[in-house]
Design a protein around this ligand. Structure first.
Ligand code: DON
Length: 441
């Protein structure tokens, strides 16, 4: 059997192919020479599978799609405070090349518009790097996101630099405000080299998947940036990534995204996939016309909008029952699914409402496939409180889904691999002591 996904992608490409509206970016002469018929789309899963249709191996320049990755590198290289001091996180509601600076400080509104991106470029790498070293850091960092060595298109770079009056004006303004501290021309040159890095839709899907995968490239396994950086970058992509079309995009598509004037467009759906499209004709905002249509289709066909409220998870407490009777009775709460805050609250409430009369209480996690940190802490605190109330608590956790199951101060828990180990009589428990793990005090 063939996978259904490439066939689906090919079908959606056929549907948008006839749309020839929009214009090639002509403020960079080399881009005006692009083939407007090019069309491709790729999905990269967070475990490294790539699906594609159309022109997914055609190289084009990354342009503004480099901006979120550059912001990520600046945050990773310099830490949050120095970067936030120089680049804001507010949508500007203006075009990408507007001089959108805070009136008092001269701080660019966000890192997705040119003013913020030029500043973010200046913050990549360590302090004191010269412009050449910084560009090397940038190309190396973008390559790590893509999982292969990327290179610069020198012709596009020269072509853009010859017409970079607006970006130079922005950079000189930023230098005047002290946001840039080096030669503005050298920084703009570096920024334009960054925009001239060649990628394919396949590369861009993988770069987006690295964001979707919490900063770890799904193919190379390399951690490119940390999780707090990814959260910051995805947040700014979702509010500012599509410039003055960001509100339309947020409501119609609802995927953190970034566009580039060479016709690329990426979306990163946290925990699921990276998506990239390529079609060079642009709308008035500088976003790919057919790329926007493709993303609208993907979002509605596959329910990818991040604000789509998932169906309420099936009950976390699968059953709450007593095994055995008399002094050997054991209260068993069998849990299921993935537990976050809401699920943990449900478990804690179930324990409170039950007010178990049995000494032994078992939380059976055999059917739990994930537990986040807050849920882990809440369950362990419930265990601690049950211990203080005189209960003996067992966790059935064959897959060690709860890391470090220490309930802390005065708490005590016995972790076992199967329910039977928790319900056998006291006498037999004593015989099995060597197998279960005792945690806590
Ligand atoms: O700064 C510029 O003008 C370009 N090198 C990048 C602009 C861009 O891609 C805008 N996005 N749609």
């Amino acid at each position: 059997m063939r996978s259904v996904i490439p066939d689906y992608l090919a079908e959606v490409l056929r549907d948008v192919e006839s749309n020839t509206s929009g214009q090639l970016a002509d403020y960079i002469p080399e881009l005006a020479a692009a083939d407007p018929k090019r069309l491709g789309a790729a999905f990269a899963t967070v475990d490294g599978e790539i699906y594609g249709a159309g022109d997914i191996d055609t190289e084009f320049t990354i342009q503004s799609i480099s901006k979120p990755f550059m912001y990520a590198l600046a945050l990773a290289d310099r830490s949050f405070a120095p970067v936030l001091a120089k680049v804001g996180v507010e949508p500007s509601g203006e075009a990408f090349n507007q001089i959108s600076l805070e009136s008092d400080t001269g701080r660019p509104f966000n890192p997705m518009i040119n003013a913020g991106a030029i500043t973010a470029h200046s913050l990549a790498g360590s302090e004191g790097m010269n412009p050449t070293e910084r560009v090397e850091r940038v190309v190396h960092g973008l390559s790590a996101f893509a999982g292969r060595e990327l290179r610069i298109d020198e012709a596009v770079c020269v072509s853009e630099m010859e017409h970079a009056h607006r970006n130079l004006a922005i950079a000189y303004m930023l230098r005047g405000y002290g946001i840039l501290t080096e030669d503005p021309r050298a920084i703009v040159e570096g920024y334009i080299r960054q925009c001239s890095v060649l990628v394919t839709a396949r590369d861009l899907a993988m770069m987006a998947a690295t964001l979707a995968n919490r900063g770890v490239n799904p193919l190379s396994g390399e951690r490119v940036v940390g999780e707090p950086v990814v959260r910051q970058v995805l947040s700014v992509m979702s509010t500012c990534g599509m410039y003055d079309a960001a509100g339309d995009w947020a409501t119609q598509v609802g995927i953190p995204a970034k566009s580039g004037v060479a016709g690329g467009l990426i979306g990163a759906l946290p925990g699921q996939i990276g998506i990239a499209t390529f079609s060079p004709r642009l709308d008035a905002h500088g976003n790919s016309v057919r790329g926007v249509s493709l993303f609208e289709r993907f979002s509605s066909d596959m329910g990818l909008h991040v604000m789509e409220v998932p169906a309420a998870a099936r009950a976390i407490v699968r059953s709450n029952h007593v095994l055995g009777d008399g002094p050997h009775a054991v209260r068993v709460l069998q849990l299921q699914g993935g537990i976050g805050f809401a699920g943990a609250e449900r478990v804690v409430r179930e324990i409170l409402n039950t007010a178990p009369a049995e000494v032994r209480v078992v939380l059976d996690l055999t059917m739990i496939y994930s537990i986040n940190d807050v849920a882990r802490r809440m369950l362990l605190e419930a265990v601690r409180r049950l211990t203080l109330d005189g209960h003996e608590v067992y966790l059935v956790d064959p897959e060690s889904i709860v890391p470090d199951p220490d309930p802390g101060d005065g708490g005590r828990v016995t972790v076992v691999g199967v329910l039977e180990q928790a319900v056998i009589s006291q006498h037999k428990v004593a015989q099995h002591r060597s197998r279960p793990t005792k945690r806590g005090t």
